[in-house]
Design a protein around this ligand. Structure first.
Ligand SMILES: [Cu+2]
Length: 300
């Protein structure tokens, strides 16, 4: 036998009395239409406001200021993903609030119980598929363009990631520079020139990462990974290894100086004058003289 649920105070008569809405008016189209119109106006205003802004006006949402021609595209992809996520979130939050308000308990009467609703189930199967398809399209499109290798790059630099720093072979300049954890190396790049990077490693997997380029790529032993970019503004930037590669992973830091062509030529001349001509082998295995931990052979 079913127990009778006592009515809550204020719910004794759901059709009138304590409520401030007369019976039959709660869901009537006459009362709902002004509200719907206001919501539609609000949505239209938001749409107009957001589409009137360029992507430069949008917040970067945690991304650093782009410093390469390719980084802008990556930033736009990031911002677009956030807009899509917020739109989905707004719909979900809206549906939750709408359900809470319009389907709140009004009486002790049990609402109609249903076991399934085919249109709604088809909808929430199809909508995520559409969302994923759209995101996939934009990711694939931008990835293809960002990873495009130019036929005639202005400079080609072989980046050697090794435990525990980096070596840079400036192949077109026939000079090299190498760093240690105690003396991190500086990578010089001429602003506005297309640089082809060839990534190699003699030991374990590293990852070449300059946050302001909004890009990183793994450096894998036994293969050459390539990408190209064009530094768009002069400045000093930090570089990191983005792959946990061992005990001194955190010491695999380097600097990037994007400079004018004149300064770049001067830096290359300094390396040449220091006798750092030719290129280091892509597989460097000798101990790093600047690493205290390696010199002493001690464990961390
Ligand atoms: Cu590393």
């Amino acid at each position: 036998m079913l127990a009778t649920v006592p009515p809550r105070p204020g719910c004794e008569n759901p059709t009138g009395g304590k409520g401030d809405v007369a019976p039959g008016q709660i869901d009537s189209p006459q009362r709902r239409s002004p509200r719907v119109r206001r919501l539609a106006l609000l949505a239209g205003g938001i749409l107009l406001t957001t589409t009137a802004c360029s992507t430069e006006d949008l917040p970067r949402l945690g991304m650093p200021v782009p410093a390469s021609d390719q980084a802008g595209r990556i930033l736009h992809l990031w911002q677009g993903s956030w807009i899509a996520a917020l739109a989905v979130g707004a719909v979900v939050w809206g549906l939750i609030v709408w359900s809470i308000i319009f389907y709140r308990r009004r009486s002790a009467e049990l609402p109609p119980q249903v076991r399934f609703n085919l249109p709604i189930e088809a909808l929430y199967t199809a909508v995520p598929f559409v969302i994923i398809s759209v995101l996939f399209y934009f990711v694939a499109r931008d990835e293809t363009r960002v990873l495009k290798i130019p036929d005639h790059p202005d400079q080609t630099i072989n980046v050697v990631g090794r435990q525990w720093n980096w070596s840079f072979n400036y192949l077109d300049q026939d000079v090299w520079d190498a760093g240690t954890p105690a003396r991190p190396v500086t990578l010089y790049l001429p602003q506005g020139e297309t640089i082809l990077f060839e990534l190699t490693s003699p030991d374990v997997i590293h990852s070449f990462w300059v946050p302001n380029f909004l890009f990183k790529m793994d450096v894998i032993p036994g293969r050459v990974n390539k990408f190209a970019l064009t530094p768009s503004r002069e400045g000093h930037f930090v570089g990191r290894c983005a792959e946990l590669c061992g005990v001194d992973h955190d010491r695999m830091q380097f600097s990037v100086e994007v400079v004018s062509r004149d300064v770049f030529d001067q830096k290359m001349a300094e390396l040449r004058a220091a006798g750092q001509t030719g290129s280091l082998p892509r597989g460097i295995t000798e101990p790093n003289p600047g690493s205290q931990r390696v010199e002493t052979g001690g464990e961390p």
